[in-house]
Design a protein around this ligand. Structure first.
Ligand SMILES: C[C@@]1(CC(=O)O)c2cc3[nH]c(cc4nc(cc5[nH]c(cc(n2)[C@H]1CCC(=O)O)[C@@](C)(CC(=O)O)[C@@H]5CCC(=O)O)C(CC(=O)O)=C4CCC(=O)O)c(CCC(=O)O)c3CC(=O)O
Ligand SMILES: NC(=O)C1=CN([C@@H]2O[C@H](COP(=O)(O)OP(=O)(O)OC[C@H]3O[C@@H](n4cnc5c(N)ncnc54)[C@H](O)[C@@H]3O)[C@@H](O)[C@H]2O)C=CC1
Length: 214
């Protein structure tokens, strides 16, 4: 990778993208394509795989009607209506051709030549509504994975219920006709460590909140 390219991967803008019902085209049917497909399906995207061959995991998703599979090499018409594209073949020339044909105004990820695309995929730690994405800007996907695993240890499973609790309370508080100071006090109170690991404490906070906010 040229120094210019590596700098480019540092100048990026992180977003959390909603893909429910959006058309996602994945070109290639190997293990890397499969990893990207898993994330897309979790997000509720409508996945189309374009590849002459596919690994067993992709074939069984296809058999279970979880995705569409066009068993052929990619052509421009395959991603005409795609909202997001993944060039994930093992053929650098084919991946490059996808980027050329897709044009500059699509979201496109290129698994073997990231600077040809316009986004990369981070390693992700999820605990319910809490989502932490780790990117090393192409320096080391393994480091990204390692940091993700450290974060999963630092933010254990309890955070799924806890973030659901926070969401519920915050929605209530948004509707509460109280002063910003009063709201702020409760928004900070619910971050107290005692609520993180105890569903009982969360319930009693909700009980108090529901009496205030009717
Ligand atoms: C730029 C980027 C573009 C993109 O794919 O979006 C990219 C590019 C490349 N990856 C390569 C190799 C590996 N990638 C992984 C793993 C992951 N790669 C992911 C993301 C990204 N990889 C983006 C940057 C992310 C960042 O900067 O932090 C993760 C985080 C997310 C995901 O893919 O879902 C996922 C872990 C997720 C998880 O487990 O949750 C492993 C390890 C493994 O498989 O266990 C290896 C082998 C070790 C090694 O080579 O380091 C190669 C060389 C290929 C070759 O040798 O030919 C390239 C091409 C290049 O760097 O030029
Ligand atoms: N970004 C990442 O996270 C990583 C990227 N890589 C890179 O990704 C590439 C793909 O890796 P794997 O999935 O392991 O490869 P693989 O060899 O398992 O699969 C390649 C797939 O591409 C398909 N294919 C080939 N030419 C095609 C074309 N013209 N149109 C449509 N499909 C086509 C093949 O049928 C096959 O299903 C590797 O060459 C490597 O450079 C490798 C590891 C991680």
């Amino acid at each position: 990778m040229k120094p210019r390219d590596s700098r480019r991967l540092c100048k990026v803008y992180p977003i959390v993208l909603e893909l429910k019902g959006k058309q996602a085209v994945v070109v290639g049917g190997g293990t890397v394509a499969f990893r990207k497909i898993q994330g897309l399906l979790e997000a509720g995207a409508f996945v189309q795989v374009i590849s002459p061959e596919a690994i067993e995991e992709i074939r069984s998703l296809h058999a279970a009607n979880r995705l569409m599979w066009k068993q052929k090499k990619a052509e421009p018409m395959d991603y005409e209506h795609a909202f997001i594209i993944f060039a994930a073949t093992n053929d650098p020339e084919a991946n490059q051709q996808v980027t050329r044909q897709a044009g500059p105004n699509r979201l496109i990820n290129v698994v073997d030549q990231p600077s040809l695309g316009n986004f990369t995929v981070p390693a992700v730690a999820r605990r319910g509504r809490l989502l932490i994405a780790v990117s090393t800007g192409g320096a080391s996907p393994i480091l990204a994975k390692r940091i993700r695993n450290d974060l999963l240890d630092a933010y254990p499973e309890d955070y799924a219920a806890y973030t659901e609790f926070l969401f519920y309370c915050r929605e209530k508080l948004k509707k509460w006709k109280a002063s910003p100071d009063e709201k702020q006090k409760l928004l900070l109170e619910m971050l107290d460590e005692q609520y993180v690991h105890s569903v009982e404490k969360q319930q009693s906070f909700i009980h108090i909140l529901e009496q205030k906010v009717t």
